[in-house]
Design a protein around this ligand. Structure first.
Ligand code: HPA
Length: 242
């Protein structure tokens, strides 16, 4: 299997894959569950990050099992989606952002496969955390489809599951964050550690706390994801064959 999709909030359905079956992959970190189907004759994996019914909160996702399972399945390229808030007035609800860097404000997660012992001590270069080739393909494909997708943005990952305070959002903005979400750390870190070509399509669902005129809600996030679901599916499916 060359390509896998990791679906974030609002993306629970492998969509246009056919002949779908469920696979459970046992890893040293626990069991990962994914759907495997075919698209244009190629096997594609689909992993809903929060579970099929959104039952796993961001701080409880088994990121290591998920990424290790993809590695075991010989996946090379990962197309991930994430719902995000925006701290950048130029990035509006409904916009896509092809993320190129991250900031980490999480607190309780396991950030590495390299814990000494058998795996050794490894310091991975993170000059390009997100796969540049896949980013380019996503930006080009979005342009071809007439979908508004910003080329680059800094994703700041917070611990959640609560949304941020206005002061936290001011801090993140001052430190260079464009987007806030709760899941990309450690997902992108683990993917990069094992050499997966990992690309993130962030969908802005709301302006962040203190910028938005109204209190944030998960329902609002899902509503925007739903409205833009077709564009997101089109972007993913047109990128896969390239
Ligand atoms: N903050 C954190 N995570 C999010 C947000 C937000 O504003 N919107 C969607 N996911």
């Amino acid at each position: 299997m060359r390509i896998a999709i990791i679906g974030g909030s609002g993306v629970y359905d492998p969509g246009i894959l056919s002949n779908i079956r469920e696979e459970r992959v046992d890893t040293p970190y626990g069991t990962a569950v994914l759907k495997v189907g075919t698209y244009q004759g190629e096997e594609i994996g689909f992993m809903p990050r929060h579970g099929e019914k959104h039952t796993v909160p961001p701080h409880r996702v088994n990121y290591r099992a998920n990424i290790w399972a993809l590695k075991m399945l010989k996946v090379e390229r990962v197309l991930a989606t994430a719902a995000v808030g925006s701290t950048n007035p130029g990035y509006r609800p409904g916009d896509f952002v092809i993320v190129n860097d991250f900031l980490d404000f999480t607190k309780t997660r396991t950030y590495t496969f390299f814990e000494g012992g058998e795996m050794g001590v490894v310091h991975t270069d993170f000059t390009t955390p997100y796969c540049p080739e896949l980013r380019r393909l996503l930006v080009e494909t979005a342009a071809g489809l007439g979908i508004k997708a910003h080329d680059g943005g800094v994703y700041a990952c917070t611990e959640g599951p609560r949304f941020e305070t206005p002061a936290e959002i001011r801090m993140i903005r001052q430190l260079g964050g464009d987007l806030v979400g709760m899941t990309n750390v450690p997902e992108v870190i683990l993917a990069h550690e094992v050499g997966l070509c990992y690309g993130l399509i962030a969908m802005v669902t709301n302006m962040a706390a203190g910028i938005s005129a109204t209190p944030l809600s998960h329902a609002e996030v899902l509503e925007i994801m739903d409205q833009n679901g077709k564009n997101l599916r089109d972007l993913i499916m047109q990128t896969i064959p390239r």
